[in-house]
Design a protein around this ligand. Structure first.
Ligand code: AMP
Length: 425
């Protein structure tokens, strides 16, 4: 649907033209009309679908109508809660872009940085506040922020807030927001606790479900590289030497792992930077800016730090480790293929990660193609038993175990060539 058809005011239309947006994405086409009518919204959508504009545009339009009604210092009328500073910054940038001709004031606040610049800006008066829960609560407790005038409330990436242990803070914040308001609730997944929270804060909402997980990932070219754990680094270096990879976001399960990858890449002459929770806010922002501006080609990230990273035309996502939670795979690869554009996602899978791959394929309802032709094919065929497994075995009777038999038969078969079924897994 064209934006022209959505009854948007001229200054917003103009800003969207400058951004180069002509057509509304599906979530925008479905969410903007009811939001303009003042309805509450439950959006099941993830980053990459255009959901920020889906709520930012109606909020901006609503606020622009109310402009001039109030005298004195500006009061916060729209609150957007986001789980990470990166996402908060990006949401702020979206409000700036779509609202550039409206003269509204916005502020983004998050923790890990001095609060003075934030409290100074608050003292001058703002219309729109984008915040992470911890810092918001902190400044509310210090009486720098009042939510008494909130008319629009957005909870973005609610499931992520649950994952990150923020849901308690979110509940406390909600208690301070007036009952009469328009609420927009976004979550990529709907765990029970999130569904319950949405029921308590939304009034007769319109539900917009945009990303049945499989359709989002359809536009992204995905492949699997079976590789031994010890060879993952060599394979990564080998792949990244290919200049056709214009920009790559490499995912590591741990912060320590991310640092190790960067060190190994740099040793191999490949410029890379890491972004994770142990880095200072400034270092993270610098790494992200360098990546966005193409000064670094490779960014290595952990899941939490990468959430909300929005880099136009990111060509490759590389899963150095497979995630424990299958939905995370979808979030990761969704960093590429933004707003309907294609992208490439390569995933390494060692022997122990095969069950994780199986779960991912079940979730996306797809068998991912395997790249066989690479210099570090999987050689190890047996899962190393964990300590507890080993202990259990030590006490187990030595009688023939049919499972072991099956395992050893498969092992020898795999020595020659993995079965078709296994390759497809
Ligand atoms: P989001 O899901 O809000 O993170 O948006 C994903 C990306 O899509 C961002 O880079 C937006 O700038 C871009 N985008 C949002 N809406 C549109 C649109 N209607 N047309 C083109 N790009 C868009």
């Amino acid at each position: 649907m064209l934006f022209e058809k959505l009854n948007l005011i001229k200054p917003i239309q103009r800003a969207l033209n400058t951004e180069g947006y002509e057509k509304a994405t599906p979530i925008q086409a479905k969410a903007i009309p009811p939001l303009l009518e003042g309805r509450d919204l439950l959006g099941c959508a993830q980053t990459g679908t255009g959901k920020t504009a889906a709520y930012a545009i109606p909020i901006l339009q609503g606020l622009s109508f109310g402009q001039g009604n109030t005298k004195g210092r500006r009061q916060i009328k729209a609150l957007i809660l986001a789980p990470t500073r990166e996402l908060a910054i990006q949401i702020g940038e979206s409000f700036d872009a779509y609202g550039k001709h409206l003269g509204l004031r916005k502020l983004v606040i998050f923790g890990g940085v001095p609060q003075n610049p934030q409290t100074n800006a608050l003292a001058r008066g703002i219309d729109i506040l984008v915040a992470t829960p911890g810092r918001l609560l902190d400044l509310m407790n210090q009486k720098f922020i009042s939510l008494n005038n909130i008319e629009y409330f957005v909870l973005d990436e609610a499931d992520r807030m649950l994952d990150m242990g923020m849901i308690h803070d979110v509940r406390k914040i909600i208690k301070h927001i007036p009952e009469t308001r328009q609420t927009m609730f976004f979550s990529a997944t709907m765990p029970t606790e999130i569904a319950k929270l949405s029921e308590t804060i939304l009034k007769n909402p319109v539900t917009v479900e945009i990303t049945p997980v499989s359709s989002t990932v359809d536009i992204i070219e995905q492949t699997i590289y079976y590789v031994d754990k010890k060879n993952k680094m060599n394979l990564l270096i080998h792949l990244l030497k290919n200049k056709e990879i214009i920009s790559a976001l490499v995912f590591s399960r741990t912060k320590h792992g991310a640092d190790k990858i960067v060190t190994a890449l740099e040793k191999a002459g490949l410029k890379a930077q890491a972004i994770h929770g142990n880095k200072s806010q400034n270092m993270r922002q610098l790494a992200l800016n360098n990546f966005k501006e193409r000064k670094t080609r490779i960014l290595v990230a952990t899941d939490i730090a990468a959430r909300g990273i929005d880099v136009d035309e990111l060509s490759h996502v590389i899963n150095f480790d497979l995630p424990e939670v299958p939905e995370t795979y979808v979030h990761r690869i969704g960093r590429t293929g933004r707003a309907g554009m294609g992208g490439i996602a390569l995933s390494f899978c060692d022997q122990e990660e095969k069950p994780l791959l199986r779960d991912i394929q079940k979730l996306i309802d797809k068998v991912l193609p395997v790249v066989e032709d690479h210099p570090y094919p999987l050689m190890e065929t047996q899962i190393k038993p964990s300590t507890t497994d080993r202990a259990r075995k030590a006490f187990a009777p030595k009688a023939a175990d049919p499972n072991n038999l099956r395992k050893s038969r498969r092992t020898s078969a795999e020595k020659h060539k993995r079965s078709k079924w296994d390759q497809a897994r």
